[in-house]
Design a protein around this ligand. Structure first.
Ligand code: 2RA
Length: 348
């Protein structure tokens, strides 16, 4: 029989994209059960062309389920993923609750699919969307050149902060439209009274902060980029410095990456590697105006790479720009791909 799937957090920003993916990808699932907070229970959502009633999160909600995807806040996953796993459900979790647990694999199917089979806790973690946006491209380059160091600047979309981030940015854009604010004066803070989940106005701005405060001035998002890249690539000593910045884009994260390798690189060979890399599209002809922008890649599955250059000062280093839909490959799609690996393993 085909395995039964539960989607926990079905009504959120990622959950909504997930239902679209489940309706368009090859259907490997028996029942698809939609689970959300008691507040959303009773809503009817469409998946695979059928209306399904959302049920409230409870232990019984996992009865008969084989695989559960969690798109829920960290504390919800931390509490409920082990409860589901104790019932024999394989959990694919998209929160930050388990990513660095040594007994929980952190999986990008194009990069480390076999890791998904070692899951002593019955939980597989999905990486953070910022890390995910660069993993397929960098893993392919690492396989050829041996990665030594990453210096990363992110340009993150509002939807990375969930629906409240999208709503806040849309409201702010309405508030500043046609006001002339930002042209000669820096009075955004006077016009925008509600920053939403961001620490400063996002419309017409760039905010060098994502996540919560960690030690020594780093943000949690910057540490995720470092720690998760190390774990996924199996490089515990990889040097990683990240600066995470939120920009007024609704969906699709971008990263400017300076990558230093063990061996000498060439621009053309690196482009060939990226052209062939699974999950990657090379779009790199600046003379013709061809490079990825967030707007170009929204709604697409791969991560897009352009602006590939060999460093002028280091023959072992590349500079490149990557863009990916943070709600698809950055979240729902990668989660769905992991769940499909499990479904195949279970014989679905
Ligand atoms: C963000 N990476 O963009 C986070 C979401 N998981 O805020």
């Amino acid at each position: 029989r085909k395995p039964n799937l539960a989607v926990v957090g079905a009504t959120g920003a990622v959950g909504t994209v997930m239902l679209g993916l489940l309706s368009s990808r090859e259907d490997v699932w028996g029942e698809i059960r939609l689970i959300a907070s008691p507040r959303s229970a009773g809503r009817r959502l469409t998946v695979r062309g059928e209306e399904v009633e959302v049920v409230a999160l409870s232990e019984e909600a996992f009865d008969g389920i084989d695989v559960a995807m969690f798109d829920a806040p960290d504390e919800v996953s931390a509490q409920w993923a082990p409860i589901a796993a104790a019932k024999g459900v394989v959990v694919v979790d998209n929160s930050g609750a388990f990513r660095m647990d040594p007994d929980v694999p952190l999986v990008v199917p194009e990069v480390n699919a076999p890791a998904a089979r070692f899951r002593p806790r019955g939980i597989i973690a999905n990486p953070n969307c910022t890390t995910l946006t660069m993993m397929c491209g960098l893993a392919a380059l690492h396989a050829e050149y041996g990665l030594r160091e990453l210096v990363v600047a992110s340009y993150q979309a509002a939807s990375g902060a969930g629906q409240s981030g999208v709503d806040a940015l849309r409201d702010q854009l309405k508030q500043v439209a046609g006001t002339g604010v930002g042209e000669q004066t820096c009075d955004l803070r006077a016009v925008i009274t509600d920053n939403g989940p961001f620490p400063a106005p996002l419309a017409l701005n760039a905010v060098p902060w994502a996540g919560s405060a960690a030690a020594d001035g780093w943000s949690s998002e910057e540490l995720k980029v470092r720690n998760e890249s190390r774990k996924i690539l199996g490089l515990p000593d990889l040097k990683v410095s990240a600066t995470c910045v939120r920009i007024p884009v609704i969906t699709a994260h971008s990263l400017a990456v300076h990558a230093v390798f063990e061996r000498e690189v060439s621009q053309e060979h690196a482009q060939d590697i990226l052209r062939e890399a699974p999950g990657v599209v090379l779009y790199d002809n600046p003379a013709a105006g061809e490079f990825p922008t967030p707007n170009d890649v929204v709604g697409t599955d791969p991560t897009w790479v352009g602006r590939v250059r060999r460093s002028l000062d280091d023959p072992n280093a590349l500079d490149l720009f990557l863009c990916g839909d943070n709600l698809r490959k950055g979240a729902a799609l990668n989660t769905a791909q992991i769940a499909e690996l499990v479904a195949a393993e279970l014989g679905g």
